[in-house]
Design a protein around this ligand. Sequence first.
Ligand code: CO
Length: 430
Amino acid sequence: MDKGMTKDLLAFIGRCPSNFHTAAAVRRELEGYEILQEGEVWNLRPGGRYCLTRNGASLVAFRVPAGEWQGFLLAAGHSDSPTFQIKTGGEVQGPENYLRLNTERYGGMLYDSWLDRPLSAAGRLLVRTDRGVESRLVEIDRDLLLIPRVAIHMNRRANEGMAYDPKQDLLPLLGLAGGPSLLSLAAECAGVREEDVAASELSLYVREPGTIWGAAGEFVSAPRLDDLQCVYAALRGFLSASEGRGLPVLCVFDSEEVGSATRQGADGTLLRDVLGRICAALGRELPVEIHHSFLVSADNAHAVHPNHPELADPQNRPRLNGGVVIKHSASRRYTTDAVSEAVFAELCRRAGVPVQHFANRSDMAGGSTLGNIVGSHVSLNTVDVGLGQLAMHSAYETAGALDTAYMAEALRTFYSAGLTVRGDGEIEIH
Ligand code: CO
């Protein structure tokens, strides 16, 4: 495994300053894929390649095999990351001649990682047209905002653990009185008139590009590694796979960091709708195909921390560059069970990709992800996996530079395979 894919990952992350940009960036990589509309009838044919988006922030892509197939082979990651969403009418005048932005937390971030670093805003504008409104992606592609800390001289206890107040300590500075408004800057970037902007959905993003570093270039640090590292690896695995005996599906879901309960999130009807429509268009029965399907839910995992190894489970503690992580939870916040673990571990063995395991320390609740949420709508054999990383939900996260390629290779092998489930629990892996 080499680091070339991680270099490409950093360029990809640079093209994904918001959840909407992530869906658009993935779609641009799907060269030759026909774009389907949910509001039209789908005519699918063997050998066809298709993709669709919902609400601009979630995406599903799939290929209909030219030959025989049975069941769906799915991998899913998420397009969103913790950030601060800018409130409507979000400019705060003062104190003095300062102009700040009013924001609201999106997801659970480490607050202090957002301070004292250049930021900007990205998202979408809804623009009035002759016929109604339409959506435009917008990124203000320059250093525009910053959240300044208070000097140590004015807060001598700053190093003893700060309790940040989001309404006071975390508002970004935009400029001084008399400067242009955020909306006028966003409209200019989108090439529209400010008075034509009917609504906006903008959030902050970290400007600093990613970097590969360490004594031997072992590490990669970048904004939004959770979950763009898995999204990118899944995309590469999906695109490089050869035709197998299942129908390959790539899913990128929005809203994971806020519980997935949106129209386009994993707790909506998107995946069930798409799989149902594929079956209807191709004359298949959904429950039969689901029985032979397998979902790899790919979202980054916690690696053992160099300064705090005691926070990890004594045995199930992933190392950076140690390969793909299978996540386990007795409460099934991760979906992995012995069946899905065995199938995925066998695929990794065939791919030559090392596997490691994560479980929360026994007195910690830990996090969850989209696998079990998808499962409540479309009950599939599912494994929860990820790549080990440090400082999850920091504005600048750290992972292993070799691991991106491990995940891509595992998923390439998965998408090129095929499963036949005989009865209940016996699975042939093609
Ligand atoms: Co995540």
